[in-house]
Design a binder for this molecule. Sequence first.
Ligand SMILES: [Zn+2]
Length: 151
Amino acid sequence: MATDRSAALSEHYVLGDFLVDETFPDMAKALAPSEEVQANLRRLAGILEQVEAHFPGGWAVRSGFRDQALNEACRELGLPASADSLHLLGCAADVAPRGEQDVEAVFHWLSEHGHGGLDLQEAVVYPNKGFIHLAVPHPSYDRPRRFIMRV
Ligand SMILES: [Zn+2]
């Protein structure tokens, strides 16, 4: 069955918003996420809605769901992509503000709320690159939550 990229995941986001990769746009066009991956992306979109509610102006996904081929391509290029990345499960996305939001301020807010109100597994901010890696938990990913700044 063809992937319906226009399917709504949340108020502001559709499935296609998370089936993108700025480094490998053509590979991202071929992505066909399973139902389970789509359910994970829906949880992730819910987090992004909460970020948007506090830091409005719109958020763009630079890299969302990755299949094995796309994740390997990122790794071969030396990008910070781990072999068991949460991107592979549709649980992670690298997001950047469309407007003037300061990613460090957003990261501090996430760090404050990520152990309570926000169900986050990871928030890794790259201030110099202007994006944040956001990930929701997954039962198969049994690791401590982490909130890290990478400069
Ligand atoms: Zn990431």
